[in-house]
Design a protein around this ligand. Sequence first.
Ligand code: ADP
Ligand code: MG
Length: 399
Amino acid sequence: MSALDEARDLLASLSGAPVAGVWSSAGRVNLIGEHTDYNEGFVLPFAIDRRTYAAVGVRADDIVRVASTFDPDHPVEMPIARLATVFAGDAGAAVQRGEVPEWAAYPLGVAWAALDAAGRGAHTVAGLDIAFASDVPVGAGLSSSAAIEGATAFALDELWQLGLEGIQLAQIGRTAENEAVGAPTGIMDQVSSMLGRVDAGTFLDCRSLEFEPVDLGFAREGLVLLVIDTQVKHAHSTGGYRDRREACERGAAHLGVPALRNVGVDDLDRARSVLDEVTFRRVRHIVTENQRVLDTVRTLREQGPRAIGELLLASHASMRDDFEISVAELDTAVDAAVAAGALGARMTGGGFGGAAIALVEAGAEEHVSRAVTDAFAQAGFAQPRIFPVTASAGAGRDV
Ligand code: ADP
Ligand code: MG
């Protein structure tokens, strides 16, 4: 059954009310530009052909109830008037106190942030039942989190007549993730998930929030982009991700700039003399990665996707050696894919697990997949999940 039908079925089992509509948003792959988003830099992600669907029914009362196929027997409900009390102010506290299950803080957090952004009082909107189903792998670095936020935000914008723009809905997703869930992630995931275009990457300036589509041309040039999901789970709300953010903030403070976006490749010599060794390497990753995003956009436009392989590889090396967010499984995936003929490969997403991507010749998918699978078996790792993705549309209404 398709995820769209699963969402509709779940809504039907939840509520007698008719389906008011189904909205969805995409997972995303980041082609290049990792951890640059919260440094106000550049990223080049694209929305993929894996989506999270939200089937919505209107209720007669003032309650928002959310349910997911992940745990269909435990819907979570909250009076709309309570959303602000629960979520406003302290990042992730309601989840930590056990008041709201973590997963439900994504959609309920979107409901809170959307009303807040639109300046609408709780009593002006109708209660809703929202049922989610998804074919985006969770915790794989493909942003199932932004997909559930996007499906929710686009549904609420229409049903509650909030009149918000796409970029505002992306910001609402981020607010929900930062404030309600307590995961300090940047804006990249939401923009690419919600505002992506078919066959295009989303070149986003995370400072100005200006974005433009960049033609990827993979299919036209006889290329396929494979995702290699290592199945090693990561968690954004804890540990390494937060630590890397702090290192970047420390580096920017020592260098006297508002964000590492302000530091260029030419400034790295000075940075080396000012910063401790570890902070310097963290900074060097961000600074060189920003440059690689700009170089990738130019290369795609001037030479096409066959010419970006080296940039993908340099990005991986920088994350492995300078930012230290790769893991053995991701390195093995990249090395084996390249040895088997991939034009380029890199880990993608926040790191510490998740997925890698490999750009391969159409027709070579089987060969590369087998090589990676064999390398995993040889290293004693659990089997990876390998599948192709295509650049797809962002969020919208399906039914
Ligand atoms: P990623 O975004 O890389 O998949 P995250 O840790 O950022 O990983 O987000 C994953 C979390 O988002 C899940 O653990 C869950 O709480 C929530 N989530 C995502 N999709 C769904 C869904 N369809 N139903 C319920 N929760 C979901
Ligand atoms: Mg996420």
